[in-house]
Design a protein around this ligand. Sequence first.
Ligand code: ZN
Length: 293
Amino acid sequence: MHRILTASAAHGTVSLVAGITTELVREARERHDLAPTASAAVGRLLTAAALLGASLKGRERLTLQVVGNGPIGALTADAWRVGDHAIGARAYARNGRANVPLNARGKFDVARVVGRGNLQVTKSYEVGQPYNGIVPLVSGEIGDDVAAYLANSEQIPSVVALGVLADPNGIKAAGGVIAHVLPGADESTIATLERNAAGMPAVTTQIASGAGAEELLRAVAGDLELKTFNAFDVAFDCRCTREKVESALLGLGKDELAKIAREQPQTEATCEFCRERYVLSADDVRELAQRLG
Ligand code: ZN
């Protein structure tokens, strides 16, 4: 039941990754109580992070952040490796209740809920400075924007297809496929990828009719000889802990913590990424204040 699959095609001049992220996006929708348009926006960004996460190693980490002037405000997705065969990912939106009518093609109007703005990508490595890239949003539809980032900031021309199918009851299908054109690829390979991506049914249509990651790869690769590599499970995960919440509270300072302990029987902190609630009693907060001497 592997959900994300990496591959190469055309004698290693194309690198591909595809995945089914229905469960991942469903969990994000439920945790954040996302409205339909917001769930499509968050689901596409989360899917992109999970797919690109397949190329991370060890403790590397990838963050995609879209900041636009639309009603959703900003959305962030993170991905990282969990052992050798799994990817953890998480996402949230500043305004997860943002919803707008369907667009003229009867699809979620992700471009409108996102608005104009930027896509920022951060890659943290085991050692050394993180890599940062920022590009203006091309359309706000997320897939186009990730493709523009890869082409302009990383100099890797890429085909990116992402999709989320939802109805008022929740997420029906989600997934995507990304093909990177590597140095040495010939013109006809690029033309074939572009033609296949433009001609294939929407990824959600393929997934809803039973396609798995391998079928998504084949739909984009077409006649190009495909060689699959690694398979990964993907699950919604979070890195928040009670210790991190406590260290954030410590930043308030001794006097403020003592005041909170006097005035509030309990203090709640909610992780913005996963909505996990952490509850501290007045005694817990007092103990934190004492740690500051
Ligand atoms: Zn969390």
